[in-house]
Design a protein around this ligand. Structure first.
Ligand SMILES: Cc1cc2nc3c(=O)[nH]c(=O)nc-3n(C[C@H](O)[C@H](O)[C@H](O)COP(=O)(O)OP(=O)(O)OC[C@H]3O[C@@H](n4cnc5c(N)ncnc54)[C@H](O)[C@@H]3O)c2cc1C
Length: 499
C-alpha cells in the first residue's frame, strides 16, 4: 500500500488524510501542536471555553455540495446549526445598523435610517441577493477539468463573476462614500477602515449569509475539528501529535523522509505539506524551491496583505439575551500596542447560545481586533521580550474591559479577563507566518492566486490548504485537502472515491 505523510493536522491536513484513507492509501498526520485542528480550535480558561475560530462557516446549508463535503469528512453530520438573524450590528451615534440575514429586513431597516440612500441601498441588496444561491465548487479543481468541464464551470460562475467584477476594484472607503448617511457609511467602512482592501469580500460574505449558506455549528470550532480527527481515526488514519517536522530529506527531486523535532523519521511515497506556505518554503524547504507566485506575494504586503488579529476572551457573570451576537460599538481612546493609531470601534461576539461554553448564568465574550502589517511587525519584535509581550497583552485585555464597562455600565465588576491571543500566538502554535489566519486578503490591485500545490523540482511533495486559493478560510482548507488527493489519484490513474 502506498504511504502518504501529511505535515500539519489542521482542517486541510485532516481532509487530505480522510480522503487518502478513503482512497486506499496508508496515511499518517504529523502535527506540531498537542491538539489537532490547527487554527480551527478553541481553548478552556477558568471554567469558560473560548472559541478561537468559526464566526461563519460557509457550507452549513443542507443539500449544498459544500455541506455534503463537510458531512463526508465527519465535520457536520447530525450537528445542530445555530443561525443568528444578524451578521453584525454596528452602532453609530444613536443609530444601530443591522446586517440582517433576511435581506428584505436589512433593506427596510436601512431605508428607515436613510431614505435619501434609497438607490444605493436597493442596488446593494439586489447584488447581495444575486449571490445567495451561489454554491462553492467542490467537484474537480480547475487544473483537472477538461475543456467541456471548464466551459460548464465558467458558465456556472457567470453571475457571481459579474458581481465580483463590479466590486473587485472598489475599496471599502470608496463604497462607504456612496452612502450619504454617516451611520451607513460607518457600518461599511468599519469592516476595513484603511488600505486598499476590496469590498467584494464582504459582498460575497453577505451573499452566503443571507442565502442561509453560512451559519455556526453548535459545539464550536474545536469540537468540529475533533469530529474530523475521529473520522480519520475510524478510517484507519494515524496521528502523531507534538511532532513538528523540522527537516525534509530530498534526493534527486524525491522526498525520502521527514524528520520531526523529537528525532523521529517518517518515510513515505508521497508527502503533503498542509501547513503555512511561508513556513513551508522558507523553513522546511530552506528557500531552495521558491515559487515566484508566492514570493511575489510575500514580498509585497501592501498589495497582498495578511489578516491577523488580537483575540480577547472575557467571562461575563451575566446573560446577554437582547444583545446581537456580533456587535461593533464605538470606543474612546483605546490604544493598542502603545501605538499611534487609536482604535475607534470594538467588535464583540458573545456565545449566549452555547450552554457548554460558560458556567450557568454566565456568558463568554470574545473581541477580535484586526492587525495590519505595521502592527504585525511590532508584535514580532515585542515577542522577543517575553515580560513586555505578556504585559502588553494584559494591558490590552484590561483596556477592552474598561471600554466594555463604558458601553455596558451594568457589566462593570462582572467582567473577567480570560485570555489575550496576539498574532504571535498563531505563529507560536501553528507556525502561521505573521499570525495570518487566512490566505492573502483580496485588494483592488492584487491578483488572486489559484495554485495546484505542485512544487517545481519535486515529484512527490505538494502543498495543500488555505494558501492555495483566495481568501483561504475553512471551506478552502477542506476543499484543497480533498483536491490534493484527487490530483494524486489522477497521477496514479486511480479512480477517486469522494464519498
Ligand atoms: C480568530 C480566527 C477566526 C477565524 N474565523 C473563521 C471563520 O469564521 N470562518 C472560516 O471559514 N475561517 C475562519 N478562520 C480561518 C480558519 O481557521 C483557517 O482558514 C483554517 O483553519 C486553515 O486551515 P489549514 O488546515 O489550511 O491551516 P492551519 O489551520 O494553519 O493548519 C496547519 C497545521 O499545520 C501545523 N504545522 C505547521 N507547521 C508544521 C510543521 N512543521 N510540522 C507539523 N505541523 C505543522 C500547524 O500547527 C497547524 O495545525 C479564522 C481563523 C482565526 C484565527
Amino acid at each position: 500500500m502506498r504511504r502518504i505523510v501529511i505535515i500539519g493536522g489542521g482542517v486541510a491536513g485532516l481532509s487530505a488524510g480522510i480522503f487518502a484513507q478513503k482512497n486506499g492509501f496508508e496515511s499518517i498526520i504529523l502535527e506540531k501542536h498537542h491538539t489537532l485542528g490547527g487554527e480551527c480550535t478553541g481553548w478552556d480558561r477558568q471554567g469558560y471555553h473560548i472559541d478561537g475560530c468559526i464566526h461563519w462557516l460557509v457550507g452549513t446549508k443542507e443539500g449544498t455540495p459544500l455541506r455534503e463535503l463537510w458531512n463526508t469528512v465527519g465535520a457536520l453530520e447530525g450537528i445542530d446549526i445555530y443561525q443568528p438573524d444578524s451578521f453584525m450590528a454596528v452602532e453609530h451615534n444613536d443609530e444601530v445598523v443591522h446586517f440582517y440575514r433576511d435581506i428584505n429586513r436589512l433593506k427596510s431597516s436601512w431605508l428607515e435610517i436613510s431614505p435619501e440612500d434609497k438607490d444605493i441601498i436597493i442596488e446593494f441588496c439586489e447584488d447581495i441577493k444575486s449571490l445567495q444561491s451561489f454554491n462553492m465548487p467542490t467537484g474537480k479543481p480547475m487544473d483537472m477539468m477538461n475543456i467541456i468541464e471548464k466551459i460548464k464551470y465558467l458558465l456556472s460562475m457567470k453571475d457571481v463573476g459579474m458581481i465580483m467584477k463590479k466590486y473587485d476594484k472598489v475599496t471599502f472607503s470608496e463604497f462607504a462614500s456612496r452612502f450619504k448617511h454617516p451611520a451607513l457609511k460607518m457600518a461599511i467602512q468599519s469592516f476595513m477602515p484603511e488600505g486598499e482592501y476590496s469590498v467584494s469580500s464582504i459582498i460575497f460574505a453577505l451573499g452566503t449569509f443571507t442565502g442561509d449558506q453560512s451559519s455556526i455549528p453548535i459545539g464550536g470550532s474545536k469540537a468540529m475539528a475533533q469530529r474530523m480527527v475521529e473520522e480519520y481515526n475510524t478510517l484507519g488514519g494515524v496521528v502523531r501529535a507534538s511532532s513538528e517536522v523540522v527537516d525534509i530529506d530530498i534526493i534527486n527531486g524525491e522526498v525520502k523522509s521527514v524528520r520531526c523535532v523529537n528525532g523521529h523519521l517518517y518515510e513515505g511515497d508521497y508527502f503533503i505539506a498542509a501547513c503555512d506556505a511561508n513556513a513551508f518554503y522558507e523553513k522546511l524547504l530552506k528557500g531552495k524551491y521558491q515559487d515566484p507566485e508566492f514570493q511575489k506575494r510575500f514580498n509585497d504586503p501592501i498589495l497582498y496583505p495578511l489578516a491577523s488579529n488580537i483575540y480577547v476572551g472575557i467571562g461575563y457573570e451575566g446573560t446577554m439575551e437582547n444583545i446581537p451576537r456580533t456587535l461593533k460599538f464605538p470606543v474612546k481612546s483605546l490604544n493598542i500596542l502603545q501605538g499611534d493609531k487609536p482604535i475607534e470601534h470594538l467588535q464583540m461576539t458573545h456565545y449566549a447560545y452555547e450552554a457548554e461554553f460558560a458556567p450557568k448564568g454566565h456568558t463568554v465574550i470574545t473581541f477580535a481586533i484586526n492587525q495590519f502589517q505595521e502592527e504585525l511587525e511590532k508584535w514580532k519584535s515585542l515577542d522577543s521580550d517575553k515580560a513586555a509581550y505578556r504585559a502588553e497583552k494584559e494591558r490590552i485585555g484590561q483596556e477592552v474591559i474598561r471600554a466594555m464597562g463604558e458601553r455596558f455600565p451594568e457589566m462593570i465588576g462582572k467582567l473577567k479577563l480570560l485570555d489575550v491571543a496576539s498574532p504571535q500566538t498563531y505563529e507560536h502554535y501553528c507556525n502561521a507566518y505573521r499570525g495570518a489566519f487566512m490566505g492573502f486578503w483580496p485588494t483592488i490591485e492584487g491578483k488572486q492566486l489559484q495554485h495546484s500545490g505542485n512544487i517545481k523540482g519535486l515529484n512527490n511533495l505538494v502543498l495543500s490548504g488555505q494558501w492555495l486559493q483566495p481568501p483561504g478560510g475553512l471551506p478552502i482548507a477542506v476543499i484543497t485537502g480533498k483536491d490534493t488527493i484527487m490530483r494524486l489519484c489522477k497521477k496514479l490513474k486511480k479512480p477517486f472515491i469522494g464519498a
